[in-house]
Design a binder for this molecule. Structure first.
Ligand SMILES: CC(C)(COP(=O)(O)OP(=O)(O)OC[C@H]1O[C@@H](n2cnc3c(N)ncnc32)[C@H](O)[C@@H]1OP(=O)(O)O)[C@@H](O)C(=O)NCCC(=O)NCCS
Length: 83
């Protein structure tokens, strides 16, 4: 899933079944996503990754992505809490 606000492109929920990982599936999906953004004049790509998700961090590092010094804040609007 992906979207953009005209300046930032976002990728969400990129996932490959465990049995198919490390088979070169996600890399071309991200190439397509980046091309889709470029075609719309979006200059930057972002993904939110949990700090402890080392597998996904390694994947994005391999694709040339770097850590950004940004804090993500959230608020549940349906009465839910994080715990
Ligand atoms: C991240 C994920 C989508 C990668 O999918 P994939 O199809 O296995 O990725 P690719 O095979 O295209 O990998 C491209 C490169 O990324 C790097 N990479 C991928 N998985 C890696 C891992 N577990 N550890 C280190 N490097 C990794 C490698 O450099 C790899 O190239 P190589 O296989 O030639 O070494 C997959 O591991 C996944 O579904 N993870 C769990 C779901 C998830 O948490 N998604 C993110 C939500 S934010």
């Amino acid at each position: 899933m992906m979207g953009n606000d005209g300046h930032r492109g976002w990728v969400y929920y990129l996932g490959v079944l465990p049995a198919w990982r490390r088979g070169g599936i996600a890399r071309p999906l991200m190439v397509q996503a980046e091309q889709w953004m470029c075609a719309r004049g979006v200059p930057k790509m972002h993904a939110m990754i949990r700090h402890d998700n080392l597998e996904v961090r390694s994947f994005y590092t391999a694709l040339g992505y770097a850590d950004d010094d940004v804090l993500v804040v959230e608020k549940f609007l349906n009465g839910q809490s994080k715990t």
